[in-house]
Design a binder for this molecule. Sequence first.
Ligand SMILES: Nc1ncnc2c1ncn2[C@@H]1O[C@H](COP(=O)(O)OP(=O)(O)OP(=O)(O)O)[C@@H](O)[C@H]1O
Ligand SMILES: [Mg+2]
Length: 245
Amino acid sequence: MNGDCVLGLRGLTKRFGTMTAVEDVSFEVRSGRVVGLLGRNGAGKTTSLRMLLGLTRATAGTATVFGHPYQDLPRAAHRVGVSMDGINPLPGTTARRELRVWARALGLPSSRADEVLGQVGLDDRADRRVKGYSTGMKQRLALATALLPDPELLVLDEPANGLDPDGIRWLRTTLRSLASEGRTVLVSSHLLAEIEQTVDDVVVVQRTLRYAGSLDELTSGGTRALEDRFFELVGSPTVRENTGA
Ligand SMILES: Nc1ncnc2c1ncn2[C@@H]1O[C@H](COP(=O)(O)OP(=O)(O)OP(=O)(O)O)[C@@H](O)[C@H]1O
Ligand SMILES: [Mg+2]
């Protein structure tokens, strides 16, 4: 399934004062693919995704989703499911209430909230207050929110963080099955082993773009370890390159 271009970054750059977080990053994502955005802490993954979604203004360059800047995309909230750090429900609410509010805002029946709660395995805890949730439960709720509109594209920032082995296996299966339905997934992670089992394509960033292409090509058909290739692209673990200098 190597479909149309779903999203594209062209020369995307973000400076915070004198510090360059993302520099001249360009890549495209095609429909029906699961794409892993990889990079170490501070590499610019979240900043790139925030620019893609219009949450952070780019210093230079452009990003488009389904051919439009995200903020101009018609029915964006229906077409793109998002799970990002820093987009959190109010602590006093419950998962079911939170999802029903979103469902109403999207014009969906409240039964859709119950459906996604089942899909992410939260249905038995859905009526508890979010402030008592574990990290993994919060992560599952964030995924439920992203899945709510049954979107064509999912943009997920570190969705595997805090998930237990069951959760990670579930996430992998869910992402693969979404892609098999022709949906597209852009997922950031620093869990290389996890990514290796989940994605078709890989984008590696370390302030600048280091690789964009198929996982198979990067690992020479699985004969090279992804971890080794990763460090060849971003530098050895002791070298911190993204100082913004
Ligand atoms: N609002 C901000 N103001 C100043 N600097 C920022 C801001 N947001 C991010 N940065 C800096 O930009 C760089 C990239 O951060 P970013 O959050 O995009 O990294 P990341 O790849 O998502 O890392 P992680 O794996 O830790 O989530 C970091 O050096 C970070 O300190
Ligand atoms: Mg991040």
